[in-house]
Design a protein around this ligand. Structure first.
Ligand code: PLP
Length: 378
């Protein structure tokens, strides 16, 4: 089976991990700040805070951006449930706004219409590694004096109008799950220029407890003294994982370049097929191509095409069922039909294999299988 995505670990990644396993610190050691410094340097974000998953990074980012019980976030339903769940963890609610039909990204016009008194955060999701339309979203957030914070789980390494992911929003969460642009097995980070957000996210990941001398309410108690200032969690990334992340980060450009080659090959090889649409791409955007999502023109053709591709050995996937279609969200009172573009996107989408380690032979096989299957089934 050729998977839709997978990690690429090389001997030097393994060496980096083993070195930490032999060192004094498995966690709370020097590898974590080193990884954070490398992330900041690679993205241009002044601050990076590493956490143990993209989900915990979302939770910390929302809390650090001031989201509290009774507030609302405005976000896309075409995402992994975590984008919305992290708002629920804080007692906030989620307003789902429809997506652009071509990119699957949050529609800025819909966001402007959805802004309400309780809205605290606007949360675009860089679907498939294609950055959302930040220059259109920014003025909406500013008009309502709310923060723009991004779910960049797919988009580390992508650019929008020459600017890097990590610098496009007030804060950006990224994920290091194995299928993501780089991996730490599980892991995530918050990237931001806002020192307050960075400090709060760092506090949040370690129980809300600080030892920073300047922050202590009672600084003279002794060198053992520490204080809990907010309610936090144990969301720490280990040093073992951070060392892997630092080494993986040195390969980000190479990984993204290969993803772009694969996307360009699919674009060229599949362009003439009438039964499917290829991924939308806006001018001035350099996507990271975390996913390559084709869409059948007819929703009823998606399932037979998907099943044929699986039978032929392609580990295709579907991203994403609209979050509010999950029974849990239906139980909260959300109903189908509110975001028709996202629903149609889901009903027609198939994610083809794309990952940096994909060989030319695997790519050729994938293209041949897709062409044949589309001709028969779509
Ligand atoms: C869009 C999106 N947001 C958030 C997450 C959560 O990241 P993690 O799996 O690292 O917790 C994911 C990961 O699957 C994702 O795809």
């Amino acid at each position: 089976m050729i998977p839709y995505g997978r990690q690429w670990l090389e001997e030097d990644d393994i060496d980096a991990v083993v070195e930490v396993l032999r060192s004094d610190f498995l966690t709370t050691g020097p590898a974590v700040p080193a990884f954070e410094a490398a992330l900041a340097a690679a993205t241009g974000a002044p601050h990076a805070v590493a956490l143990n998953s993209g989900t915990s990074a979302l939770h910390a980012m929302y809390a650090a951006a001031g989201l509290v019980a009774g507030d609302e976030i405005v976000t896309s339903p075409l995402t992994f449930a975590a984008t919305a769940n992290a708002a629920l963890y804080l007692g906030a609610t989620v307003r789902f706004v429809d997506v652009e039909p071509d990119t699957g990204n949050l529609d800025p016009v819909g966001v402007a219409e959805a802004m309400g008194e309780r809205t605290k955060l606007v949360v675009p999701v860089d679907f498939a590694g294609h950055p959302a339309d930040y220059d259109a979203l920014r003025p909406v957030a500013e008009r309502y004096a709310v923060r723009l914070v991004a779910d960049g789980a797919h988009s580390l390494g992508a650019r929008y109008r020459g600017r890097q992911v990590g610098t496009l929003a007030d804060a950006t969460e990224v994920s290091f799950h194995p299928v993501k642009p780089i991996t730490t097995a599980e892991g995530g980070a918050v990237l931001t220029a806002d020192e307050g957000i960075a400090r709060h996210a760092a506090l949040f990941r370690t129980h809300g407890i600080t030892r920073e001398p300047l922050d202590l309410h009672h600084p003279d108690e002794g060198s053992w003294w520490n204080e809990q200032h907010v309610l936090g969690f144990n969301y720490r990334l280990t040093d073992v994982q951070a060392a892997l992340g630092t080494n993986q980060l040195t390969k980000l450009d190479r990984f993204i370049a290969r993803r772009r080659e694969i996307a360009a090959a699919y674009d060229e090889a599949l362009a003439d097929l009438d039964g499917i649409e290829l991924p939308g791409r806006r001018p001035d955007v350099e996507p990271g191509w975390h996913l390559y999502v084709i869409r059948t023109r007819v929703p009823a053709r998606r399932r037979p095409l998907f099943e044929r591709l699986r039978r032929e050995g392609l580990g295709v996937q579907v991203h994403y069922l609209p979050v509010y279609w999950h029974p849990y969200y239906q139980g909260l009172g959300y109903r189908r039909g509110v975001c028709p573009n996202a629903e149609r996107f889901y009903q027609t989408a198939i994610s083809l294999p794309i990952y940096p380690r994909m060989t030319d032979a695997e790519l050729t096989r994938s293209i041949d299988v897709v062409r044949d299957a589309v001709a028969r089934y779509a």
